[in-house]
Design a protein around this ligand. Sequence first.
Ligand code: PDD
Length: 294
Amino acid sequence: MHQIANALPDTLCYLDGEYTPLRDAKVSVLDRGFIFGDGVYEVVPVYDGRPFCFDEHMARLGRSLAELRIDNPLTLAQWREITTQLAGPGAKSAVAARQAVYYQVTRGVAMRDHAMPKGLVPTVFAMVNPMNPVPDAVRAEGVACVTAADFRWQKAHVKATSLLGAVLARQISVDAGAAETVMFRGEFLSEASSSNVWVVRDKRVSGPPKDELVLAGIRYGLLERLCADSGIPFDLHRVTRDEVFGADELLLSSATKEVLPVVTLDGQPIGNGRPGPIYQQLYTAYQDAKQRNR
Ligand code: PDD
């Protein structure tokens, strides 16, 4: 425990109105986030001190909170201020040129009872971590993924801190030496353990509908815009297992992976087994969008 504590980064975090060293920040053992995973979170990429797609991430945080019937404890301006303090240009706790700010709101502290107690004060936490870019060599080769049944709950659209399903799903790919676990509900693609999944067929990008079975990544809207700008057809429909295995290209997207090519699935090559032209086009467009964020 001591060794782990010593290895914790020497950065500031935000906890309930105070900026404190991350390694000293403490919450009650009765916090419902600890007891029940009764909370929500967000992860916002920050490039050179500027958050990317910030308003969209905060809008999703608001939707997740509403699903849990927790009032948003802060205004958009207050969330932005925390982001600037932790990761903005010249921030004391800024850790790298590419950072990810993690925000968490839990229902608060109460004696253990499944029912939602009234009048709790939500616990609000934020920290900043370096966001290690996917190495160029990995991008150039693409990544391997494995498949699994989507055994998570039926409200995957809520970005909830209760992530046991995602943790168990991710470990399946860790054990297989793969980058992600691509999940199916029956015959239909849902998403990966912490990324969305896109198929490319006949130069068209398709993903699963934004329903309760997937987390609508902020890159849903971003990729749709980038496709529109690049003249690439884009649509959302229930994507079958056959469409996935028969795709010309398969892509992952998330705040940290941006857009990443999958070249094998369960050991089978996707398309010609190399990162494809639509990936290259979207990755370039993504980098341009980051530049325009200045
Ligand atoms: N994960 N689907 C799931 C289940 C996710 O956890 C994530 C993000 C995504 C992609 O969403 P976005 O494009 O908004 O990053 C899709 C974050 C990065 C995480 O849990 O760390």
